[in-house]
Design a protein around this ligand. Structure first.
Ligand SMILES: [Zn+2]
Length: 434
């Protein structure tokens, strides 16, 4: 196994130190380390973070390999600084059995770029009618602990209650896509001034908030763990803040795009801005940033949702919902949270690695950057300035809302258990001597 000596890196933005990686582990940290390594990396000006953990990734395999595969998705993850991703269950077939989650887990093991933790569906076929084999998925080789019908809301309160009760047995969590279906029938964008002017079907904030309010009460009632996916409104933040103040076991995530973009962009009618939940208002963005800063929102999760060109290069109403996000997440968080003074790099490590790993109960990820810990690390260059060029992406899809935009920062290197998956911003072939 290749050993590395990373010289003069700023751990969590702190003073420059050297880090020695060997045998998959952080062997030593100090100034002027006198150790021999196979590869020396000059990390002057680079920040070291623990490998990022995504709670919400759509890898599309099995079934939509034209949009993404486990291999291309994990390559994109590595380029974005991720060492573990949770693969959402809305594949074809749906990941609602032990067989399908094990298939996704094995594909992840074979990719070598990033650990893949499959998410199991809550209900059979994501149909919201009958609980899926939650216990069998947990007991499988994939060891599923996070369950979600993401893409769809578990809108039946009795089914939701049963799922919350069931996962308690193995410390699982239900991750809810909060969208009241009747209030969002035919919805095309956020309901507000812009939707009124454009004449597009509105997606009211209350459709998200009503489900979150119900679910935090249900989680409290049965004493179970609830995770709220992609929180997008100021009102949702208030409900989660209240639930946490009550001491209930509720966690929440926000996407990078909801931290940066607003529904004003829909005026372009460019379907690249069509996403679920929809882009909201500047007031919502402000509330989401504040909630991530104060910890009311626990984690940034990408909701990386690749789509082939034919599903996006069409009129707004016909276009698929979703954006790719793995390769731009850290840069967007730098722009929205760090460069604005809302979050330190330590805070970024907490919201993008420590807390998501804890929510997913991943034991080998989200660890401190300390001697003896698994060498899951990112080297990030916050001074880099560049224009987003989707043609350079590793993801198979190109539906990014940041095309042509200047975003700060770049992932220089990613290490998965001491093996470089990315060096000098480029993917390293597994097994390639680096
Ligand atoms: Zn969703």
């Amino acid at each position: 196994m290749t050993s590395y000596l990373i010289r003069n890196a700023q751990i969590l933005g702190g003073p420059a130190q050297d880090i020695h990686l060997d045998g998959g582990v952080i062997q030593a940290i100090g100034t002027g380390l006198a150790v021999e390594a196979d590869v020396d990396i000059d990390a002057h000006g680079l920040i070291v973070l623990p490998g990022l953990v995504d709670l919400h990734t759509h890898l599309r395999e099995p079934g939509r390999e034209d949009a993404e595969t486990v291999l291309t998705g994990t390559q994109a993850a590595a380029k974005g600084g991720y060492t573990a991703v949770h693969a959402m269950a809305n594949t074809f077939p749906v990941a609602d059995t032990a067989g399908v989650v094990e298939q996704v887990w094995r594909l992840g093991q074979a990719s070598g770029y990033c650990d893949v933790q499959p998410v199991g569906a809550v209900t059979v076929g994501l149909e919201g009618k009958q609980l899926a084999e939650l216990g069998a998925m947990h007991d499988s080789a994939a060891g599923v602990r996070v369950f979600s019908d993401d893409g769809k809301c578990v809108d039946d309160a009795v089914i939701m209650r049963r799922a919350l009760e069931y996962v308690k047995a193995f410390d699982g969590v239900v991750a809810q896509h909060a969208q009241e279906p009747r209030l969002t029938a035919g919805a095309q964008m956020n309901e507000g001034q812009v939707s009124g002017e454009l004449g597009l079907g509105g997606w009211p904030a209350v459709a998200e908030e009503a489900i979150i309010a119900r679910d935090v009460l249900l989680a409290a009632h049965v004493g179970s763990r609830l995770h709220v996916c992609h929180v997008s409104t100021a009102g949702s933040v208030e409900i989660i803040r209240w639930a946490k103040a009550k001491g209930w076991d509720v966690t929440a995530e926000v996407t990078p795009h909801h931290l940066l973009l607003t529904d004003e962009l829909v005026r372009s009618y460019d379907p690249v801005y069509k996403v679920n939940p929809p882009l909201r208002t500047a007031e919502d963005v402000k509330a989401l940033r504040a909630a991530l800063a104060d910890g009311t929102i626990d984690a940034v999760a990408t909701d990386h949702a690749p789509h082939p060109a034919e599903d996006k290069d069409c009129e707004w109403a016909a276009a698929a919902m979703g954006m790719v996000g793995l390769e731009t997440a850290l840069s967007v968080v730098q722009q929205a949270m760090v460069d604005t003074g809302l979050l330190t790099w330590e805070g970024v490590a907490d919201r993008m690695s420590h807390r998501p790993a804890r929510i997913g109960r991943l034991t080998g990820h989200g660890r401190p950057v300390s001697v003896g810990e698994p060498a899951n690390l990112v080297l990030f260059d916050p001074a880099y300035r560049g224009t987003v060029n989707p043609e350079s992406f590793a993801t198979r899809s190109r539906n990014t809302p940041y095309r042509g935009l200047d975003l700060p920062g770049r992932v220089h290197a990613t290490f998965l258990r001491g093996t470089a998956t990315v060096l000098a911003g480029e993917l390293v072939e597994p097994g390639e001597p680096a």
